[in-house]
Ligand binder design. Sequence first.
Ligand code: CA
Length: 236
Amino acid sequence: MADVIIEIIEDEENILNIVRSYLEKEGYKVISAKDGKEGLDNFNEDISLVLLDLMLPKISGEEVLKKIRSISEVPIIVVTAKVEEDDIIGGLKLGADDYITKPFSPKELVERIKAVLRRIKKFNIPRASVIKTSDGRLEMDLDNNRFFKDGIEINLTKNEFLIMKTLFSNPNKIFTREEIIELTFGYDYEAFDRAIDTHIKNIRQKVEDNPKNPQYIKTIYGMGYKSGGVEDVPFK
Ligand code: CA
């Protein structure tokens, strides 16, 4: 098996050392950096996952996240002392795959890392920057978070956009509500199973010709939801 390399970008040395020793015990290779600049300098395409502290000297974690995301789809777990939901969602929108708040237990962190790596294996990660339905009517611009129907921009909320991204990126998959939450917001995001239904309902109002007979987001009874009209993901 190829080495799984994890980059830890963390300025608190004691946290870095503890996390490193836990990860090495699990058989991962660890590269570390103690500020944002070093984190970017050390980043390379062999890295399987980045563990990124947000509060960093020299270059902030947010900037590091944006920079890495502009060149790579590598999974990123954000470590944050900020607990406000807006920051967390902001972080996820910038392209983090999950987050963990300080203080955390190293054991929990290892579980998170494993979960993210599993998820990456299980689902396609969208490489395309634009996803279109095969009838050409709906278009998602993933680089700029914009959504169009018949060439006209539709205003989706952050959460609506992220849910559509999840569904459209995996066109052949039927998603349970839990999977939509897990893949869209991270697995322990304040679970709000039924809130997914509300989001879907609102999305349908915006994107479907007839929300009562939806073509683009199908309900699979007893299971969940599936995208409609997306044949394949055009990988770059
Ligand atoms: Ca820090």
